[in-house]
Design a protein around this ligand. Structure first.
Ligand code: SF4
Ligand code: FES
Length: 246
């Protein structure tokens, strides 16, 4: 099939960007979306043109490195998948796809579709850790955890830090990401030592990075490839309030 692409091209963070139009022929429906971009890049290189820069690593929906806005949706039209898990069978012959990077002042553009997501790393540095006693490993089952708490911690921990929630939100809010990270620790006994400090420090860093506020549109949950629930934001607000009262 033939796919028409309108791709955001930008040399670096200080230059002006613009859309460039490309036609990709002989696209197979079993190709991944990134294999289609690889094919286009090979043809650009053969013509001595600059290939389109896009982020990827595992290409299996695990690492959180990839992220393209496709026709206005972070990670594209399918629910619960990353850009790298998308296949061309999701599109039709002759379709036009508009490809853009994550748009947020807190994620400055590095080049083309690549953005700098170090703001998330700094939020994690502020509180995404636990303290443990040194010495021998504790006995298995020495620290009982209710199944509901273990399940909830696991659900929150599936967040891969991709940033799609920020890209999808009209306010560039990072509260789904921060909520998932805070809730993951809040559910477990190991997370209790820094409990109050963690939520305050992570929220303070989130604000310092310039992420916006949540206005309950739910766009973050809709585009999150791991389907992290907005209840994590409710939990975040609850944890924050509790820590302030304490
Ligand atoms: S909450 Fe979802 S969209 Fe946001 S960073 Fe985590 S996995 Fe990505
Ligand atoms: S490249 Fe790892 S999640 Fe997409």
């Amino acid at each position: 099939m033939k796919i028409n692409l309108k791709v955001w091209r930008q040399v670096n963070n200080t230059s002006e960007g613009k859309f460039e139009i490309y036609e990709v022929d002989n696209v197979l429906e079993d190709m991944s979306f990134f294999e289609m971009l690889d094919m286009l890049n090979n043809s650009l290189i053969e013509k001595n043109e600059s290939p389109i820069a896009f982020d990827h690593d595992c290409r299996e929906g695990i690492c959180g490195t990839c992220g393209v806005v496709i026709n206005g949706r972070a990670h594209g039209p399918l629910k619960g998948v990353t850009s790298c898990q998308l296949h061309m069978r999701s599109f039709k012959d002759g379709d036009t796809l508009v490809l853009e990077p994550w748009r947020s002042n807190s994620f400055p553009i590095v080049k083309d579709l690549v953005v700098n997501r170090q703001a998330f790393d700094r939020v994690m540095e502020a509180g995404g850790y636990i303290s443990v006693k040194t010495g021998g490993a504790p006995d298995a089952n020495a620290m009982p955890i209710f199944k509901e708490n273990a399940d909830e911690a696991f659900d929150s921990a599936t967040c891969i830090g991709c940033g799609a929630c920020v890209a999808a939100c009209k306010n560039s809010s990072a509260m789904l990401f921060v909520g998932a990270k805070v809730n993951q620790y809040a559910q477990l006994p190991q997370g209790q030592i820094e409990h109050e400090k963690r939520v305050q420090d992570m929220v303070a860093q989130m604000d310092a990075e310039g992420f916006g506020s949540c206005t309950n549109t739910g766009a973050c949950e809709a585009d999150c490839p791991k389907e992290i629930s907005v209840t994590n934001i409710i939990k975040l607000n609850k944890e924050y309030l509790k820590s302030k009262l304490a």
